[in-house]
Write a protein that binds this ligand. Structure first.
Ligand SMILES: C[S@@+](CC[C@H](N)C(=O)[O-])C[C@H]1O[C@@H](n2cnc3c(N)ncnc32)[C@H](O)[C@@H]1O
Length: 269
C-alpha cells in the first residue's frame, strides 16, 4: 500500500514491517557509550542550528516516545543533522544535473533536506522508504511536516515504474539489508527505475583492507562489503564501471576495520 501521509508525528504508531514471511529486523542497540537521551539531545541541537525551534517540554515528550517505541536504526539518530549527500564525490554533478531524483531508503530525510537547502527544487525530489519509522523521527526533529510531507512515499511494494528517475541515491541502505534476495531485488529496482544514462550513487558501510569482514554485532549492520563485493553487486545488477571512493568511518570499537564506500555508477544507454 502506498501512503503519502505519515502517522502524525508523535502519534503512537509502530509501522508494520512490510515484508510478509521475512523476519522483521530487530531494533538495533546504541553502540557502547551511546544513549538515547544524549543522542536525542545532541541531534536536537544540530537541528536547532538549522533554525528549528522546540517548544517547552518537547525533548521530554520525544524522549518518552522513543523510550517506549525504540529507535529502529540508532545510528540514524546519531547522524541526524549531519547530512552526507553534500560531501559525496558526485554531489556537484548531481546539483548541476537535470531531471528527477529518488532517495531510495531515505530514512529521516536528512539528505533530501540538504538538497533543498542547496537549491534542488522540491518537485524534482522523491524520498521513498519501506516504513515511516525514520521519516517520522526526522519530522519529529525538524518539525517541518507541512513543508516536506509531499516528498515522502512509503510503501510495502516498490511503487515506481521503469525509467522514472534520472538519479537514484542510496545512503546506508545496502548495509542494513541482511537478506541476499531482498538486496538483489533492491538493486534490480534501482536499475529499473533509472532512465538509461541515469546515475546511481550513494554510500554504504564497507570493510577496508584484506581479511574477513567482522561478524555483525547486535548494534551493527548485517552486510559489510569489501570493495570487490560492492563492485560485483553493482556490476552484477547491470550498472557500469562503478567508481568507488573509500572514506573514513569513525570506529565504534577497538579493531573496527570498517570504512565508508561512496559509489557512483551509471545505467548504460
Ligand atoms: C540506516 S537507514 C539510512 C537512511 C538514510 N538513507 C540516511 O542516509 O540517513 C536505512 C534505511 O533504509 C531503509 N530500507 C531498508 N530496506 C529497504 C528497501 N528494501 N527498500 C527501501 N528502503 C529500505 C530503512 O527503512 C531505513 O530507513
Amino acid at each position: 500500500m502506498v501512503s503519502h501521509d505519515s502517522p502524525a508525528v508523535t502519534m503512537n504508531i509502530r509501522p508494520a514491517y512490510p515484508y510478509a514471511g521475512m523476519p522483521e529486523p530487530k531494533l538495533l542497540r546504541f553502540p557502547p557509550g551511546k544513549t538515547l537521551d544524549e543522542e536525542l539531545s545532541t541531534a536536537m541541537k544540530r537541528a536547532e542550528a538549522f533554525g528549528v525551534f522546540y517548544p517547552e517540554g518537547y525533548y521530554q515528550r520525544l524522549l518518552e516516545k522513543y523510550t517506549r517505541e525504540g529507535v529502529r536504526y540508532p545510528h540514524i539518530l546519531m547522524i541526524l543533522g549531519k547530512p552526507r549527500i553534500n560531501s559525496h564525490f558526485s554531489y556537484s554533478q548531481v546539483l548541476k544535473g537535470t531531471g528527477r531524483l529518488l532517495d531510495y531508503g531515505c530514512g529521516t530525510g536528512d539528505n533530501v533536506r540538504q538538497l533543498l537547502r542547496d537549491g534542488f527544487s522540491q518537485e524534482r525530489i522523491t524520498a521513498f522508504d519501506i516504513n515511516w519509522a525514520s521519516i517520522g523521527l526526522g519530522v519529529d526533529l525538524y518539525r517541518d511536516q507541512e513543508v516536506i510531507r509531499g516528498l515522502f512515499i512509503v510503501s510495502d511494494t516498490f511503487p515506481f515504474g521503469p525509467a522514472e528517475f534520472d538519479m537514484v541515491y542510496s545512503a546506508s541502505v545496502f548495509h542494513v539489508i541482511a537478506d541476499d534476495g531482498e538486496f538483489a531485488n533492491y538493486l534490480a529496482q534501482a536499475w529499473d527505475v533509472l532512465r538509461p544514462g541515469g546515475i546511481f550513487f550513494g554510500s554504504t558501510l564497507g570493510q577496508s583492507g584484506d581479511g574477513v569482514a567482522r561478524s555483525p554485532e547486535e548494534w551493527g549492520p548485517p552486510r559489510v562489503m569489501t570493495r570487490e563485493q560492492l563492485t560485483g553487486s553493482l556490476t552484477g545488477a547491470g550498472f557500469t564501471r562503478p567508481e568507488i571512493v573509500q572514506k573514513y568511518h569513525v570506529p565504534h570499537y577497538l579493531a573496527d576495520n570498517r570504512c565508508v564506500f561512496e559509489f557512483c555508477t551509471k545505467k548504460p544507454v
